[in-house]
Design a protein around this ligand. Sequence first.
Ligand code: CO
Length: 224
Amino acid sequence: MAGDDDILPRLLANNRVWAAEVERDNPGFFERLAHQQTPRVLWIGCSDSRVPGNESIGLMPGEIFFHRNIANQMQMVDFNGLAVLQYAVDWLRVRHIVICGHYGCGGVKTALKQNELGLLNNWLHGVGELSRKHKARLDALADRQHRIDALCELNVIEQVRNVCRNPILLQAWRRGQEIAVHGWIYELHSGRLKDLEATVEAERLAEATLDAAVARPSLSSRPA
Ligand code: CO
């Protein structure tokens, strides 16, 4: 790709412009932020380069605690994800956890195809299991694109379930901490986010809410 060689100098130059603009519009911003972070949201998203972070939701540094991995997973045996979850819930005391997937997710496609991809197959094992669990429903969809998009949605809802079943969340709810878990999906073609209506605010509501979200007929209908 043309211009690829200068990408790192370009990033550093962009950074200076951005930092100067923020400081001009909001004098002392970085100095204040350096002392303390009090984000209200933990964001668990896919590593995909096409899914933006802060800029897509109009937030400044300091407002979101981010965790990203391939296919926005929250697995019980992933110490990286669990450490992020525990720090965000127990120490930062975030008010919201957003699992944000995206349509056309390469990790989800990989799980559907079941190609030999080494470690990636291990990482995406849960998504593959999910596709087998919902095989009849996915097979009934019109084409491969719809199947991928539907599985992207199911994967988000499943990760919301994983967070809600995690002892870190259960203990937080049981001690009265106010914390809600949400499932969103990002549409690459429009840059828009869609709420999958899989929000859980209490332990007793989790399974019924998520079962309803999975059963919803609007599954895989993209935002207008
Ligand atoms: Co992805």
